[in-house]
Design a binder for this molecule. Structure first.
Ligand code: GAR
Length: 190
């Protein structure tokens, strides 16, 4: 039976889509069963169009990060996932969520961690003037953008890059790297 994958999104959802495509193509031995989001976003619409179950657990509807994380945890746990993938998810998860999926929760981040953790990794890399940045897939622990690294790949920064052009170059790599990390996680667990 295909492994069950839940994906957390907040934005355009292109990495979720790349992962779902890789599952359909058979390069990842799993299936995206659930896409959950903290806000209305394009990623949810794409999932819906593909016939994937969606869950919107709006951050703004809860009084605290802890209460919201518990609600999101329960929504994701109900799908009984083998792997939970944070792919462009722009909220910090409280320990209640992280602990529930320990060892099977991974995050995609658009920099070579530990450089440029946080919500503005691409802009900060550009502002700093680095000539090489990249992307990281890692297991999630209790610190932000932190935990054992599964895969990383470097991406060059060009002199005329804007935040947008650099992020698109990073995303092109992520669309290959994230499915590969999921494959490694699922094959390791089977
Ligand atoms: C990706 O580049 C991902 O690495 C980044 O958001 C983008 C989502 O794109 N994640 C973060 O910045 C998390 N801190 P997508 O919605 O098109 O997949």
């Amino acid at each position: 039976m295909a492994a069950r994958i839940a994906v957390l999104v907040s934005g355009s959802g292109s990495n979720m889509e790349a992962l779902a495509d890789a599952c359909t193509a058979g390069t990842v031995p799993g299936e995206v069963f659930l896409v959950a989001a903290d806000r209305k976003c394009r990623g949810l619409e794409i999932a819906d169009d593909r016939g994937i179950t969606t869950q919107l657990v709006e951050f703004s509807a809860f009084g605290s990060r802890e209460d919201w994380s518990v609600a999101l945890r329960d929504a994701v746990a109900a799908a009984e996932p083998d792997l939970v993938v944070s792919a462009g998810f722009m909220r910090i998860l409280a320990p209640a969520f992280v602990d529930a999926f320990e060892g099977r929760l991974i995050n995609l981040h658009p920099s070579l961690l530990p450089s440029f953790a946080g919500a503005h990794a691409v802009r900060e890399a550009l502002d700093f003037g680095v000539k090489v940045t990249g992307t990281t897939v890692h297991l999630v622990d209790h610190q932000v953008d932190h935990g054992p690294i599964l895969l990383q790949e470097a991406v060059p920064v060009f002199p005329d890059d804007s935040e947008g052009t650099l992020h698109e170059r990073i995303k092109a790599v992520e669309h290959r790297l994230l499915p590969e990390a999921c494959r490694l996680m699922l094959e390791r667990g089977s």
